[in-house]
Design a binder for this molecule. Sequence first.
Ligand code: SAH
Length: 354
Amino acid sequence: MTKAWSILPDEWKDILVAQGLRAFRADQILHALYRDWIDDWDQATTLPKDLRERLKVEFPLTRAEVRAVSRAADGTEKLLVGFEDGEAVETVLIPATGRFTQCISTQVGCAMGCVFCASGAQGVVRSLAADEIVAQYLLGRRRGDITNLVVMGMGEPFMNYDATLRALKLINAGKGPNLGARHITLSTCGVVPGFAKLAAEGIQFELSVSLHAPNDALRSELMPVNRRWPLDELLRACADYTRQTKRIITFEYTLIKGVNDSRACAEELARQVRRVPMAKVNLIPLSPVDHRPDLKTPDEQTLLMFLDVLMKAKVQTMLRRSRGKDAAAACGQLRLRSRAQDGRQAAFPPQKMV
Ligand code: SAH
């Protein structure tokens, strides 16, 4: 038994033949999956009934359901997506002029423990399988034409490398959903072995690296991953990646009041970032999280000062504005607030059920 949404379009023929089925069925199956967007084999009416019955058993469609939807005033929607074992993750849909971005999760919870991030506040429960990652995207695209996909939800993609890459390759495949590689962005907190692996894939996905501090002392305090792979090692991996792939790396820097938002931090950040050819910086004001009320968003003046220092140092920098705050869909807020007694059904207070 193999989940249909974990099979890459190019693999279908061989897999069918190995099961004693006819190779020409592959195109019909792919058409049903990724042109008709079926979510039940019975909807694949071009296929004979006995074949549909076999597909149900041997290549089941992953059952994933939208358990709740919360919608922010800015149009951002957060979906709680539940899986067959009762676990759930969150995916966020972010409309903007000319684009419709989906943010997807790769793990239930997160093991990395960045202090400012709610996803890691309760550790990791499990990694998602490739088909579960694809299922999130498929549920998203039912609600609109997704133009951009960012792997910035719950979890650390490089701690679930194989399933994440398989899912992204499937979503990118021409005979699959066919979303362009340059419209797909992976974000890592700095799990160094992932960089060389990704470079070797030869696919033009975009890569973001969560930096958040310009030196080891501060970074290790904010992000435990830095103790395992300190800045020198991380920046060397980033430089190697850009040289090998000729692709830009985007550094994410979440600004936290009085912690990493000083002029000295900005100056040190500029020096560090210049070690990596073709790097740019996204500054993101912290989205406050429930479990660390002491961490605050810097005031506007500080944000602009920080931006100014980087710009003057000729570092390509953007100051991002967080979206979806009132739906708890902003960066770092993705987390199941609590769970009901049976430990399975997530208790999620939706602002609006759809
Ligand atoms: N594990 C991956 C992807 C998930 S987090 C990574 O760390 O990159 C996506 C981005 O949101 C990361 O840059 C993360 O550091 C940032 N983030 C987490 N909590 C945040 C918060 N409270 N406010 C602003 N950004 C946050």
